[in-house]
Design a protein around this ligand. Structure first.
Ligand code: NAD
Ligand code: MG
Length: 377
């Protein structure tokens, strides 16, 4: 039996985590959090009987407290921290929160010697060095819940780390992949949110369209696998069947394939190191017939180029990239800026902020706040 502490239970990943464990006796949800979707949150509490629940604000907490007198409740940042560190039973933090809010709870859980199943890529992008150092010191397991990183993790098992030549992250190209840069000027919110292969939260769907998601994933991979940026490449693969690849020094490439279904990497992380049966649709390559791959175009996707730049600069620059992009995407989703303004905003932030080498967690959180504040106010 694995104890789970699930942050972001109402989100796209959180929901699929619950789907994977629904009806299984191998897992117990000890605590969970969600931000504002009280209608869905209420159903989840009734079904999974967590001991502790954190919600976004006091108002929603008081409503739920009345309905579930046996459950302990918290709210806001403090509640999220308590959900991540609830009880002393070890177990697994499943971090499926979107955005920088996921960083501090991850740090706190690792310090408590809790294993981490990480969908919240922002955690590693913002504080990759701190997190990997803490993971080593605490001796906990950190497993990715991201299709690309799960693929790389699985492929790496076929060789030794020092034999890796490069990893190749695949990118579908997102919702706007068939549009020229000229056409991108007039793209609306609805169009940008229509991803061809994956049903995901709004933020990551926009990031897929701008390729910032691949940028965040490049930085995530750098920290997760301890590889130099020159060893991390990206390729466009519209079918989203090959989730990523590892090339070893003997020129042999290992690829992990499946239908695009996040429940597969989620299940892999939840049951690791075991692989268990499921009833997901099977991949039949003879049905798909063709897989295609195209070189990445850094002119078309400047946000990917900027991510490599921020990653190589290291220090606080990945956090600056992440914060500026998050704030810009929020403005775009609020209808306040155009699609191409997102990249201009990120570029400006990267030029304006002076780097700090070996930043502390406080430095990182401060720059995150400062960059977002400048863009949003
Ligand atoms: P989502 O928007 O669907 O869900 C986000 C969850 O976080 C919700 O439960 C929401 O209640 C909670 N939340 C939002 N703001 C919060 C805040 N300020 N404080 C605390 N909780 C908050 O997002 P998602 O698509 O499920 O993505 C979650 C994370 O997983 C992101 O980091 C994303 O990059 C990553 N990821 C998602 C997918 C996917 O298929 N959706 C794939 C790979 C990685
Ligand atoms: Mg991904």
């Amino acid at each position: 039996m694995k104890n789970l502490y699930l942050l972001g239970a109402t989100g796209s990943i959180g929901q699929q985590v619950l789907e994977v464990i629904r009806g299984k006796t191998d897992f117990k949800i000890k605590s969970l959090s969600f931000h504002s979707n009280i209608a869905l949150g209420r159903k989840i509490i009734a079904e999974f009987h967590p001991e502790y629940v954190s919600v976004g604000d006091l108002h929603n907490m008081l409503i739920l407290k009345d309905e579930f007198p046996d459950v302990l409740f918290g709210y806001g940042e403090d509640g999220l921290m308590k959900a991540a560190t609830y009880s002393n039973d070890g177990g697994y933090l499943v971090n499926a929160v979107v955005g920088s809010a996921g960083l501090k709870p991850t740090v706190a859980a690792i310090k408590k010697k809790r294993n981490v199943l990480l969908a919240n890529k922002e955690t590693l992008v913002m504080a990759g060095e701190i997190i990997t150092r803490l993971v080593r010191a605490s001796g906990v397991i950190l497993l990715p819940i991201d299709s690309e990183h799960s693929a790389v993790f699985q492929c790496l098992k076929t060789g030794n780390n020092h034999e890796v030549a490069r990893i190749i992250l695949t990118a579908s190209g997102g919702s706007l992949r068939n549009l020229s840069r000229d056409k991108l000027k007039k793209v609306g919110i609805k169009e940008a949110l229509r991803h061809p292969n994956w049903q995901m939260g709004a933020k990551i769907t926009i990031d897929s369209a701008t390729m910032a998601n691949k940028g965040l994933e490049v930085i995530e991979a750098h920290f997760l696998f301890g590889l130099g940026y020159e060893q991390i490449e990206t390729v466009i693969h519209p079918e989203s069947i090959v989730h990523s690849m590892v090339e070893f020094q003997d020129n042999s490439i290992m690829a992990q394939m499946s239908l695009p279904n996040m429940r597969i990497p989620i299940q892999y992380a939840l049951y690791y190191p075991e692989r268990v049966k499921n009833n997901f649709p099977q991949l039949r390559l003879e049905t798909i017939q063709n897989l295609s791959f195209f070189p990445m175009n850094f002119e078309r996707y400047p946000l990917l180029r900027m991510a490599y730049k921020a990653g190589r600069m290291n220090g606080i620059m990945p956090a600056v990239y992440n914060a500026a992009n998050a704030a810009a995407v929020q403005l775009f989703l609020d209808g306040k800026i155009s699609f191409l303004d997102i990249e201009t905003i990120v570029e400006t932030a990267l030029n304006d902020i002076k780097n700090i080498e070996n930043p502390s967690l406080e430095d990182i959180l401060a720059v995150n706040k400062k960059v977002k504040g400048r863009i949003l106010n």
